[in-house]
Design a protein around this ligand. Structure first.
Ligand code: ATP
Length: 252
């Protein structure tokens, strides 16, 4: 399948300090890719770069003819301001902004789609609840409903199954499988290696740079996981962005 997304020696970071370092590689259209690595490995940073929230310090991310609006992004739920006074319906409906425009109202058809998306994630009857009243698992379901509505070709999920119960994980994982069957490109940052081994054919093991990238069974070896941990521990958080590659680039 054709490459859809390409990391070209990309460095991403904050205040000129790199958090993802000289990453090169490509993701084929329709891939189902897990991005794993220790805390602080750069997974969220990589996703922020991919969805255009963070501009590369060096290198680039190529998305072919994809418009950034064709990438749906599910941030870590900790990044959602739960005190913001917005209902579950309105928050979820913001997934339709590509169709309606940022300030466009929702017609009858769109309102029905929002209700259907909430039903698809098991949140019927929650429409009028303020988002601040949702449990962690309900919040996660709502974020999935918003992604569903975006109907995007590329779906980027940052720790989508974090701190949720087994039933909710199974329901949401079924959605991920469906997106994969629909030939969408799906990337997910994950910590549960069993879940990755069982459900994700490809994996990028990140430790600021790529430790390994390819078929999941070949990537998630004890040696690679140990190397990733050691690389993260050794990384200097205050390092300045540099010009020369430190790690060998690997491609999927
Ligand atoms: N907004 C920010 N400003 C400054 N530094 C940041 C910011 N966000 C992340 N970092 C730093 O960038 C590095 C990579 O963080 P990132 O959140 O991308 O890692 P992660 O792999 O997603 O970690 P986790 O598994 O803990 O979610 C960390 O050292 C972190 O402290």
């Amino acid at each position: 399948m054709a490459a859809r997304l390409q990391f070209r020696d990309v460095t991403l970071g904050y205040d000129r300090h790199p958090a993802v370092h000289h990453l090169s590689g490509e993701i084929a259209s329709g891939a189902l890719l897990a991005v794993v690595g220790p805390n602080g490995a750069g997974k969220s940073t990589l996703f922020r770069g991919l969805v255009g929230i963070l501009k590369p310090l060096a290198g680039s991310i190529a998305c072919g003819d994809l418009d950034v609006r064709d990438i749906a992004y599910l941030p870590q739920s900790a990044e959602i301001d739960r005190s913001f006074p917005i209902s579950v319906f309105d928050f979820t409906g913001s997934g339709l902004w590509r169709a309606t425009g940022a300030f466009g109202g929702l017609g009858r058809r769109e309102r029905r789609r929002v209700v259907e998306a909430l039903a698809a994630v098991g949140l019927n009857g929650f429409e009028n609840r303020p988002i601040g009243t949702l449990s962690g698992g309900q919040m996660q379901r709502m974020l999935f409903a918003r992604v569903l509505l975006q109907d995007a070709g590329v779906i980027v999920l940052d720790e989508p199954f974090n701190a949720i119960d087994a039933k909710t994980s199974a329901d949401l994982l079924a959605l991920v499988r469906r997106w994969h069957e629909e030939k969408r490109t799906v990337l997910a940052a994950l910590h549960d290696m069993d879940l990755v081994r069982t459900n994700f054919p490809e994996t990028l093991l990140l430790a600021r740079g790529a430790v390994a990238w390819g078929p999941t069974a070949q990537v998630l070896t004890a040696d690679n996981l140990l190397r990733a941990r050691q690389m993260c521990e050794a990384f200097d958080d205050g390092a300045a962005a540099c010009a020369a590659p430190v790690l060998p680039p690997r491609a999927a």
